[in-house]
Design a binder for this molecule. Sequence first.
Ligand code: GUN
Length: 294
Amino acid sequence: MSATIIDGKIFSARVRENAGRQVAALKARHGLTPGLAVVLVGEDPASQVYVRNKGKATTEAGMKSEEIRLSAEASEEEVLAVVRRLNADPSIHGILVQLPLPPQVNEMAVLDAIDPAKDVDGFHVINTGRQAVGLPAMVPCTPLGCIIMLKEVLGDLSGLNAVVVGRSNIVGKPMASLLLSENCTVTIAHSRTRDLPAVCRGADILVAAVGRPEMIRGDWIKPGATVIDVGINRIPKEDGKTRLVGDVCFAEAVEVAGAITPVPGGVGLMTVACLLANTVTAACRQMGIEVPEV
Ligand code: GUN
């Protein structure tokens, strides 16, 4: 039997429309236009696409969008100076520094310099810690998008076995922490995990975030499981062009899973949508007003 396809287009459109309505309400009721600044250092082609998409979505939601581009040779001090300027700018409520950064720029130092209240990526240790202990926090966009889709598909996640494959600071660790907050029984698997296929077969919810094209095979999946594929990998085709694939072998997995996100058209769209939602949340918290119910 073929799995239900979890359509990121539908879910992300809902989150984006909601953010757009909230922005309209904030403008009308409080004269507040949320502002998001995205900083891109260097010319990584994938990052350029992501940054362009983020800027376009921000404008479409009615928010102020500022894009700051620095050369691949920019020093750490130059990047920090931009972050400090944005921290002090009252028209900017969200700051996102696109990762990865060039090797001469210390990623941790840059993330640490962002005002935690403006940290719409949720990567600052203050936000990581606040989320982990159950305090209000900015939550990383990709894991947040995955949780929204999982709750739409499964309802209450309590008691389900969730396996997160990958332990990155951007996705794997915050994803596991959010699943734990939803009362899942959580396993984080990684490159040193023994018998990874067997661990994956125990998952009611399987989240793949390893960055290895089609690594997770159909026979690693428990029949009926919900599979969330966070991977976005560009691989060569026979005709010399390229195509995008996830970390899960979709053709095999779709025959076993109960529900699955496609690549493209799944989690990636939710990341951008949740960035808009986080910017609205950040703007409201900074101004001491309620997030509008719309
Ligand atoms: N690079 C890949 N994903 C992300 C993300 O969600 N935020 C930032 N800042 N950089 C990324």
